[in-house]
Write a new protein. Structure first.
Length: 40
């Protein structure tokens, strides 16, 4: 099985948005599975 590559998302604190610290991240894992993270 090949080793998975690392994905650097960078500095999430520098992401432009509403300024309230909220964040939503969805990662498609394949085979119909996904990981959905929400910070409010």
């Amino acid at each position: 099985m090949p080793k998975a590559a690392f994905v650097d998302l960078g500095d999430l604190a520098g992401v432009h948005g509403s300024g309230n610290g909220a964040m939503e991240l969805r990662i498609e894992l394949g085979s119909g599975m996904s990981l959905h993270l929400v910070r409010r």
